[in-house]
Structure formats: C-alpha cells, structure tokens
Design a protein around this ligand. Structure first.
Ligand code: TGC
Ligand code: FAD
Length: 392
C-alpha cells in the first residue's frame, strides 16, 4: 500500500468549533492510525484477519469507552470527543471502528447503564484496557431488522438461568471474552445477560467468505443449555428499548466514523486527480472530475455539520433516537457514494489494494446494513414525522 499521506479536509473551518482538548484527542487518534493502522490494515483485510496487535493502541487513544466515567476505566470524555475518535479510526478502516463501537457502545455502555455496581467494577476496567474484548448479540438468523421477534430465551432454574438460542452476524464474536446477549425470559420479556467465554455450551464460530469488513472478525454466538449465573443479568432495564438504547450510542458513533472513511476516499482521489496525467493534463483539470470532487467536499462538509450538531445535542442529553437515525443514514450513504465516485477517479488503480478506496467501499456496504439498514432508518424518520408506523 502507498504511504499514508492523509490530510483532513476542513472546508468550513470546523476546527474553530472544537476545544483544544477535542483537537488533541483527534490528533492523537489520527497520528496513531497513521503509525499503527495504515501500515498493516491492507494486509489484514486481504488475509481476512482482525489485527489483534492494535488492541492496546485502541485502548490508549481512548477508543474503548470514551465517554464511560474514569472511575470505571473509561476516558470520561464528551460525545464530540467520542465522535472524533470514531472518525479517525474509521479513516483507517471501518472494521477497526466496528471493534471499538461494539466494545464501547454495545458492551461497556449496557454494563454501565443497566448493570449494577459489582458488574461495572468487574467488567468495565478490563474492557477499557482491552484485556477483555466484548461482543453484542441481538441479531438472529430469522430476526435482523425485527429484533423484537427473537427466539433466544432463558429459563429460571432457581440458582442460575438456562440460556438457549443462536445469534448471527456478531462483530468480535470469534475472539470475545464476554458477550452481552439479549434473550427473552419465560414471559417473553427481553433482558440482557453477560455470557463469558468458557461457560459450557457457549460457542462462537467465525463467519467466513465476507467481501466486506474483512479486517473485522464476525461470527455467531451459540447457546446450548448454557448455565448463566444469576448475577450476570442486567437488571437496570428490560424490554426492546434496552438494546435499542445501546444502538443509539453506536449509531451516533457511526455517523461520525463514516466521515473518516469518506475523507480518506476524497483526499486520496483529490491527490490522485492532481497527479494523474491523461490527454496531456492532470485529470483534475477536467470538469467531470472536478464535479465529482466538488460534490464530495460539499457532502463531507454537510455531514460534518450534522454530526457536530448531533454531538452538541448528545452532550446536552437532548438527541432523539430519530435524530440519530437520520445522521447514521445520511452519513453512511454519503460515505458510500463518495467511495464509489472516488474509486472511479482512480480508474483501474482504484480497484487495487495500493489505495484504500475499494476497501472503504466494500466496508461501507456492511455499515449501511448493520445497526439498522438504510431503509429501516428512513422508516424511523417517517414514523417520527408522521406518527404512522410503516414497519408492520
Ligand atoms: P418498537 O415497538 O418501535 O419499540 C420497542 C421499544 O423500544 C423503544 N425504542 C427505543 N428505545 C431506545 N432507543 C431507540 N432507538 C428505540 N427505538 C424504539 C420503544 O419506545 C419501545 O419501548 P416500550 O417501552 O414502548 O416497549 O419496536 P419495533 O419492534 O417496532 O422495532 C422498531 C425498529 C424496527 C425501529 C427497531 O427494532 C430497529 O431499530 N431495527 C433495526 C435492528 C438493528 O438496528 N439491529 C442492530 C443489531 S447490532 C449491530 O448491527 C451491531 S454492528 C456493530 C458494529 O460492528 O459496528
Ligand atoms: P433483514 O432484516 O432480513 O432485511 C433485509 C432487507 O429487508 C433490508 O434491505 C431491510 O431494509 C429490508 N426490510 C426489513 N424490514 C423491512 C420493513 N419493515 N420495511 C421495509 N424494508 C424492510 N448484529 C448484532 O446483533 N451484533 C453485531 O455485532 C452485528 N454485527 C454485524 C456485522 C456485520 C458485518 C453485519 C453485516 C451485520 C452485523 N449485525 C450485527 C447484524 C445487522 O444488524 C443486521 O444485518 C441488520 O440489522 C439487518 O438484518 P438482516 O441482515 O437480517 O436483514
């Protein structure tokens, strides 16, 4: 792969809106990605392996639990810092951001929000350092967009719960030490349970042959009569709203993260267009290529403003789930379109691993589907503005 020459676009001087602390956090994450992610990520993706060597670095830049209080090992940062960290690591690769999203928003967040003090103290510090890695089991083979239909269930056996079922498409599953698993009790109510590797009847087979997010490990979570200690139940919240609350936090991170992927595609395409000569001129001098580049920077700038405002609302605890859906949907779509256009600017070179664009493009095909598909988020906006549910 070519050396990482990334220069971040900031067309509307968004840096002026950031505090010195935000910029320090962002620049630290950016430097780490250049040093530790860019040199290895293409090979990891080609080999379809998650590069575990980056786990300590992710912990050091605060990517595991950025907004979790410091007393539990988190970085105690605000929501804009969280967004900026996600932007920088997804600039490296969406799979790396996925690992951090799951660890922070889908594992640490529910333990922090819905767990008791003993659970927080037992799990959060080790998850913050990356000593333990987590996964989040909501999706099932027959229940993706409709998680409320899940069939994974547990029965109260007096001194423990007996868990049965299967989760599919689970990021980090093949190497996770703990899994936050959503399952129905005997009355059909959804609860979160913390399942640990080593519990008898719990297995995590890897899903192979992905063309997307190849540097992120994806797999199943299978439960066959798994005895889960009663103290592993998350008692603070039950019902579908509990896992959906975690998704709000992860979707917010994605709305920022994909800006990073889009920036990398734009920056690569801009540099290439200025250097590549055809018909005796740089291809950047042709109107058709300028149109692509001008539209890219316009869309990136709009996405940055959307994410920043959403971050302010999140900091004030005023962001609604529907606002988060809008940003996730808009920004992922923006990034995917930019990746496709950028790839064309590079011509044949665009399909090679010499440049990051094709990898970003393929990754974003997952990002537009997970954490609620593009169409599901549109329906969430539709419901919010009309009051009419078009899901069912
Ligand atoms: P519905 O009846 O609308 O809602 C059930 C209950 O949940 C509440 N609620 C929410 N609470 C918090 N945050 C949200 N975003 C919420 N949305 C809804 C709602 O108020 C209600 O509460 P209550 O107290 O009245 O019971 O539920 P529904 O069955 O009609 O489904 C709604 C729908 C389709 C929007 C929802 O289920 C959905 O978002 N589907 C998409 C599924 C999804 O996003 N799955 C993601 C799996 S995890 C993942 O992909 C990780 S990838 C990570 C990575 O690698 O980065
Ligand atoms: P389906 O729900 O079957 O949807 C198929 C199509 O139908 C979509 O286009 C959808 O928009 C459309 N559709 C569905 N319902 C409606 C409707 N009511 N109206 C109109 N259109 C509709 N899940 C986890 O729990 N944990 C994870 O860590 C995780 N990681 C993932 C990693 C990867 C790489 C991928 C690809 C997925 C991951 N997921 C994870 C699962 C992800 O959240 C689901 O794939 C997603 O929610 C969609 O579910 P589905 O794939 O079953 O598609």
């Amino acid at each position: 792969m070519k050396p990482d020459l990334f220069e971040a676009p900031d067309y509307y001087n968004l840096d002026d809106l950031l505090t010195d602390e935000h910029k320090l956090i962002r620049d630290t994450a950016r430097a780490w990605v250049k040093r530790d992610v860019s040199p290895i990520i293409e090979e990891a993706a080609q080999n379809a392996t998650f590069p575990k060597s980056i786990i300590p670095g992710l912990a050091e830049i605060g990517a595991f639990g950025p907004y979790i209080p410091e007393e539990y090992g988190g970085a105690g940062l605000d929501q804009i810092s969280y967004g900026l960290i996600m932007q920088e690591i997804e600039r490296g690769d969406s799979g790396v951001r996925s690992t951090a999203s799951v660890q922070s928003s889908l594992v640490m967040y529910p333990i922090w929000k819905y767990g008791n003090e003993a659970q927080r103290k037992k799990y959060l510090p080790k998850l913050a350092t990356g000593e333990w890695m987590g996964s989040f089991g909501l999706t099932e083979p027959d229940h993706g967009s409709n998680p409320g239909g899940m069939v994974t269930n547990f029965k109260d056996k007096g001194d423990h719960y007996l868990l049965n079922g299967a989760k599919l498409w689970i990021s980090n599953s093949p190497f996770c030490d703990v899994a936050v698993v959503w399952a129905k009790d005997e009355s059909g109510r959804i609860h979160g349970l913390i399942v640990e590797r080593g519990m008898e009847g719990f297995s995590t087979p890897e899903t192979h042959n992905k063309w997307s997010l190849r540097a992120s490990a994806t797999g199943e979570l299978l439960f066959q009569d798994v005895k889960v200690p009663k103290e592993n139940l998350l008692q603070g919240k039950s019902g579908l709203g509990a896992p959906l609350g975690c998704l709000d936090s992860a979707r917010y991170g994605i709305a920022w993260g994909v800006i990073g992927a889009a920036m990398d595609c734009y920056d690569t395409a801009l540099r290439y267009a200025k250097e590549r000569i055809q018909f005796g001129k740089p291809i950047a001098s042709f109107q058709l290529q300028q149109k692509k580049l001008a539209e890219m920077i316009t869309e990136i700038t709009k996405a940055q403003l959307l994410a920043f405002r959403l971050g302010q609302l999140k900091n004030e605890d005023r962001a609604t789930s529907a606002q988060i859906s809008m940003a996730k949907r808009n920004n992922v779509d923006m990034a995917l379109k930019i990746a496709r256009e950028a790839r064309q600017i590079l011509g044949g070179m665009g399909i090679t691993g010499e440049y990051p664009i094709m990898r970003h493009m393929m990754n974003l095909e997952s990002v537009i589907t997970y954490e609620g598909t593009h169409d599901i988020h549109l329906l969430i906006t539709g419901l919010d503005i009309t009051g009419i549910n078009a899901f069912k």
